[in-house]
Design a protein around this ligand. Structure first.
Ligand code: HEC
Ligand code: HEC
Length: 156
């Protein structure tokens, strides 16, 4: 584990405990985000909101952590199981997510597209945003799994 990743993981871990202890629900879903999910899945990128992908898509991600977008994101089996349970319980349902289990890009999720439909192309491309995948540019609480309406600010 690199020093940076360890530091990020430690920060996410502390944040995870704070989130878990507070009554506010991370990512606006009904359940508080799982601390293991926040630390393990928030160490290389922000912990993406569970409801942006279907349960099937999350299973695809969790079953292929050793071949994770060109990197190895493997974790021990017990932790992987508990994270999978959390993601499946909080996954998106209905027309807001694709039912195709191969659609594992959160930025291509119909729900993501719908929620961001008013953002102009020029905003996505601005130097302060640098693309839709850079969630933290606008969602101040992204690293802690918070994506609620009141935590959003588009940098100008
Ligand atoms: C070792 C680093 C690392 C860890 C740990 C990691 N990921 Fe990733 N993840 C990546 C990389 C690299 C990408 C690809 C980024 C890109 O293509 O822009 C990615 C992409 C993703 C995507 C697609 C995002 C998108 O819309 O483009 C999802 C979903 C995802 N990860 C979920 C997870 C989950 C769930 C976990 C925890 C079990 C996890 N990741 C842990 C490195 C990691
Ligand atoms: C350019 C700024 C920007 C970036 C980058 C961005 N978002 Fe957003 N996001 C917004 C705005 C603005 C809203 C709409 C808030 C509202 O409904 O008033 C929003 C809404 C959302 C919502 C819905 C919140 C809710 O509770 O209804 C989710 C979930 C979300 N974003 C996730 C993400 C994720 C995940 C990423 C990165 C993959 C991301 N966003 C990247 C600006 C951004």
């Amino acid at each position: 584990m690199s020093t940076l990743r360890r530091r990020l993981a430690a920060a996410a871990c502390v944040a995870g405990l704070v989130v878990a202890a507070s009554p506010a629900f991370a990512d606006g879903s009904r359940a508080p985000a799982d601390p293991a999910f926040l630390s393990e899945c928030g160490s290389c990128h922000v912990p993406y909101p569970a409801r942006l992908l279907s349960a099937g898509a999350w299973r695809t991600v969790m079953n292929n952590l050793d071949r994770h977008f060109g990197t190895d994101a493997s974790i021990d089996a017990a932790t992987a199981r508990s994270i999978t349970v959390y993601l499946e319980a909080n996954a998106g349902t209905g027309g807001k997510v694709s039912t195709d289990p191969r659609l594992v890009r959160v930025t291509e999720s119909p729900r993501f597209v719908h929620k961001h439909r008013e953002i102009a192309a020029a905003t996505w491309q601005s130097p302060k945003v640098q693309g839709a995948a850079n969630c933290g540019a606008c969602h101040a609480g992204a690293q802690d799994g918070r994506f609620g309406d009141h935590d959003v600010r588009i940098p100008r």
